[in-house]
Design a protein around this ligand. Structure first.
Ligand code: PGA
Length: 248
């Protein structure tokens, strides 16, 4: 279960979120993983603000496609790991659009993440136009194909299926559509020529909130959720994590 704060919050909000979440999740079953992705500026503070025994890992929201060099404003995978991140979102649609990232760039970022010891959470998803043209699966296939080489490494990675049109819009696909897409993504990884030892968890993201989280998380091929605006409230996020725990 992942909280993506995007460009929201401040130090006080980060501390208060962790205080709230830690207090409610300390008995969470170990099969559930929780990742909090604050803005990069607050990663170190988030690491320090966790309670002893916290179940919350800290993730970055993006990394550079480069490992070092004259790239003003960029942050490398190694730097994110150095300040305490253990996970990183790569290929979020907002980042793909803002930085004009290609599928190959996203695969490069995932590879850099693994080299730095970070677990990449790789976001894929179709646009509204692709959804309307019933091209969802073919759009995802193109994004997945670029990831095959990274997936073969047998290192930890997570996929987040986020329809671009569902992010921040209050709209979600029908549960049956989500299930079909997730089963398709699982089949892609199961069908790799050199199959992985561990399955790749496939999370759903896009307008997940307390009112729809349980229905989505109960789908057999959904392994968790990537939550944006509804994760800004620690109580709401904790309740969705506990809903996930109650289902498994
Ligand atoms: P949302 O964002 O939950 O606000 O739709 C999800 C995301 O962008 O990861």
């Amino acid at each position: 279960m992942i909280a993506n704060w995007k460009m929201h919050g401040n130090l006080a909000a980060v501390r208060s979120f962790l205080h709230t979440v830690d207090a409610q999740l300390w008995r969470l079953p170990t099969r559930i993983s929780v990742v909090f992705c604050p803005p990069a500026s607050h990663i170190h503070a988030a690491c320090m603000a966790r309670s002893p025994g916290s179940r919350v890992a800290i993730g970055a929201q993006s990394i550079s496609t480069h490992t070092q060099g004259a790239y003003t404003g960029e942050i490398s995978a190694e730097m994110q790991a150095d300040i305490g991140a253990t996970h990183v979102l790569v290929g979020h649609s907002e980042d793909r659009i803002a930085r004009q990232l290609t599928d190959a760039d996203v695969a490069t970022q995932a590879a850099h993440a693994l080299e730095a010891g970070l677990t990449p959470i790789i976001c894929i998803g179709e646009s509204q136009a692709q959804y309307d043209a019933t091209q969802t699966l073919s759009a995802l296939d193109a994004q997945l194909a670029a990831l095959a080489a990274v997936a073969k490494r047998n290192q930890p990675m997570v996929i987040a299926y986020e329809p671009v049109w569902a992010i921040g819009s209050g709209k979600t696909p029908q549960p049956a559509e989500i299930e079909t897409v997730h089963a398709h993504i699982h089949a892609f990884f199961d069908g790799l020529k050199e199959p992985r030892d561990t399955r790749v968890p496939v999370l759903y993201g896009g307008s997940v909130k307390s009112t729809n989280a349980k229905e989505i998380l109960a789908l057999p091929s959904v392994n968790g959720a990537l939550i944006g605006s509804a994760s800004l409230n620690g109580d709401d996020f904790a309740s969705m994590v506990l809903a996930a725990a109650s289902l498994t």
